[in-house]
Design a protein around this ligand. Structure first.
Ligand SMILES: Cc1cc2nc3c(=O)[nH]c(=O)nc-3n(C[C@H](O)[C@H](O)[C@H](O)COP(=O)(O)OP(=O)(O)OC[C@H]3O[C@@H](n4cnc5c(N)ncnc54)[C@H](O)[C@@H]3O)c2cc1C
Ligand SMILES: NC(=O)c1ccc[n+]([C@@H]2O[C@H](COP(=O)([O-])OP(=O)(O)OC[C@H]3O[C@@H](n4cnc5c(N)ncnc54)[C@H](OP(=O)(O)O)[C@@H]3O)[C@@H](O)[C@H]2O)c1
Length: 557
């Protein structure tokens, strides 16, 4: 099909957690004609692409799922505390089968452009193979972490071995046996991958630019008692994930770090370390709010690293962490630090010896050349804005999103961009998204967008657009919320766009907490979508005041 298909009401881009639920809501709840366009050959989003060794979610499985259907909650049984991609893909396929979603998803279909046609009040959407769609509503469900970042290191093309990015992992897998493997990157991905790579590779060399904190995941099969406990408490768990700042199935402690004695504090951290997982961060209320409080958690983890890693020089390089704990997205691991005690693993500290170039034979740093057969880039993503800006999106009067966001993303509630009518962005910049257990943030956005479109249709409104003033004020609030926490102190974090050369430094996710954000969005809707311009005529909308209320730190996913 090369002619414009004008028979659809809506298009959704992406078939991960977001796109699947958005399709279900628009098609089955509102009765719209909808298609999902997905670049990958199959559904799953993150879990389709990130099948590197060691990959798992680190939200606990009983919360890393949809909550909208009680039946779905009751019939699905997770096998582990943190499942691997194949199990998450089985879950998403089960959802797709249960709600008959596949028939409306076009795979192997990458959207390259979406231009708003003001006269027709339609989005003209073009795919890589030249298919065109003309639709009223365009919903991007492209993910926050779907645009792989492969740093342009000189000599990259000259490498004689094989190169892989963890976010574009071949579904058939990679055989590392007998190979000299170099891994660049020690974020959540690198920390998951290294221990598993080390088990099969002849030798693993880990190139670390910034040392990272990590806490044991303590992954394990789920026992029948736990599954029974979850089965009996779906409503309660749903209530917890919806009412906590970061959407996880546990509450952040009310106590503050200096409310307790040193001995008690160490015992609390020790117990959290033994329990494992992201709950470590929730041990005290002020870990992400007060630097002195944070230092106590940081020192605890650094001490653990020095205790685990036997070689003092390696231990020092791993524990020499330059930012507050959890100011970068905190990883959890299975034997990450222990891996550096293996004879076949070497750590290269890139602060001491930066990479100069990639050669045909391996990686050359200032101090040495490391001979490699395979290089694994665990170098992360052009997060949040990357997947949107890869599409040539143009709004009212032909304005390009790339131009509109030249100084950094500007949105109202992370849901809409001024000048881009009827374009909705699931987990867009300016929303809690990656600072929340994401399925919780995704459900909230998808349901809000669905309700907004339903409202438009009920009231004969054919156009909805964020007001510029509302977006400006929201942007200020997003910035204030971030600066009420320690998050911006990690100046090299991807939350700020600092991992991508030339990307504007703007704190992108909303750090005011998911529960508070939900309340703001509900209030906006209750007030007739205040801050959004509805209808065809241009008019000023009233703008909400977000300044009231205390900011609650929302630690990352
Ligand atoms: C390795 C890894 C582990 C993670 N673990 C967790 C976790 O434990 N807990 C948590 O809450 N979050 C986690 N996340 C975040 C994760 O991305 C979200 O939880 C969730 O899967 C996002 O779903 P989504 O549908 O919004 O986006 P995605 O799953 O990223 O799906 C977006 C889809 O859009 C498609 N797409 C993008 N651009 C286009 C285009 N132009 N045309 C067509 N299709 C396009 C992509 O191919 C992709 O399939 C993790 C992320 C990574 C990378
Ligand atoms: N559920 C999970 O457990 C899980 C697993 C994986 C990912 N995720 C999600 O995905 C996000 C991204 O994680 P990620 O680990 O893929 O990416 P990331 O956190 O951005 O980490 C990328 C790593 O690559 C390094 N790097 C980047 N460019 C480099 C270069 N040119 N030279 C040397 N090193 C370079 C970075 O160093 P610097 O720190 O110095 O920039 C960092 O160590 C996570 O934060 C999380 O939200 C979750």
């Amino acid at each position: 099909m090369n002619d414009r298909d004008s028979n659809l009401d809506a298009l959704v881009i992406g078939a991960g957690f977001s796109g699947l639920y958005q399709l279900l809501c628009l098609r089955d709840r509102l009765g719209l004609s909808v298609k999902v366009l997905e670049a990958a050959p199959d559904l799953g989003g993150t879990w389709y692409w990130n099948r590197y060794p060691g990959a798992r979610c680190d939200s606990e499985s009983h919360s890393y799922c949809y909550f909208f259907s009680k039946e779905l909650l009751e019939e699905w049984k997770w096998s582990e505390r943190y499942p691997e991609p194949p199990e998450i893909l089985r879950y998403l396929n089960h959802v797709a089968d249960k709600f008959d979603l596949r028939r409306d998803i076009c795979f192997n279909t990458r959207v390259t452009a979406a231009h708003y046609d003001g006269a027709a009040n339609r989005w003209d959407v073009v795919t890589e193979s030249g298919e065109r769609y003309l639709v009223r509503y365009l919903v991007t469900a492209v993910g926050c972490l779907s645009a792989a970042n492969i740093p342009q290191i000189p000599g990259l093309e000259s490498f004689a071995g094989r190169l892989y990015h963890t976010g574009q992992w071949p579904p058939e897998g990679v055989d590392f046996r007998g190979k000299r493997v170099g891994q660049i990157g020690t974020g959540s991905t690198g920390i998951q991958a290294a221990p598993v790579l080390a088990e099969s590779a002849a030798h693993l060399t880990v190139f670390q630019r910034t040392a990272q904190y990590s806490v044991p995941a303590r992954n394990a099969p789920l026992r029948e008692e736990f599954l029974q406990y979850v089965r009996e408490r779906h409503d309660e768990i749903r209530e917890v994930v919806r009412s906590t700042p970061n959407g996880h199935p546990f509450r952040i402690a009310r106590r503050k770090v200096f409310d307790v004695s040193e001995a008690e504090r160490q015992a609390i951290y020790e117990a959290a370390w033994e329990k494992g997982g992201l709950q470590f961060r929730a041990s005290f209320h002020d870990v992400l709010l007060d630097k002195a409080a944070n230092d106590t958690a940081a020192q605890f983890i650094k001490r653990k690293i020095r205790e685990i890693v036997k070689d003092p020089k390696t231990a020092q390089a791993l524990a020499d962490i330059d930012h507050p704990y959890a100011a970068k997205r905190p990883p959890i691991d299975t034997n990450y630090f222990e891996t550096f005690n293996r004879d076949n693993v070497t750590l290269v500290d890139l602060r001491a010896e930066p990479i100069e170039r990639i050669t045909p034979a391996g990686i050359k740093t200032r101090a040495s050349e490391y001979a490699l057969d395979i290089i694994v880039f665990a170098t992360g993503f052009d997060a949040m804005t990357g997947p949107l800006l890869k599409i040539d999106i143009r709004g009212r009067d032909g304005i390009a999103l790339r131009e509109a966001w030249a100084a950094g993303p500007s949105t109202y509630l992370g849901l809409q961009v001024p000048g881009f009518p009827n374009l909705f962005t699931v987990t867009g910049p300016g929303s809690p998204s990656v600072l929340c257990n994401m399925p919780v943030a995704i459900e909230q956005h998808v349901e809000w967008i669905t309700d907004c479109i339903a409202h438009m249709r009920e009231h004969g409104i054919d156009c909805c657009e964020a007001a510029a003033e509302a977006a400006e004020k929201w942007g200020e609030h997003v910035n204030t919320a971030a600066h009420a926490t320690l998050l911006p102190l990690a100046t090299h974090s991807w939350y700020l766009g600092a991992n991508i050369p030339g990307k504007p430094r703007v704190f992108m996710p909303y750090a005011g907490g998911m529960a508070r954000y939900r309340a703001i969005c509900d209030d906006v809707a209750a007030k007739g979508y205040e801050g959004f311009v509805m209808g065809r005529a241009k008019r000023n909308a009233t703008v909400n005041d977000f300044s009231a209320g205390a900011t609650i730190a929302s630690p990352g996913v």
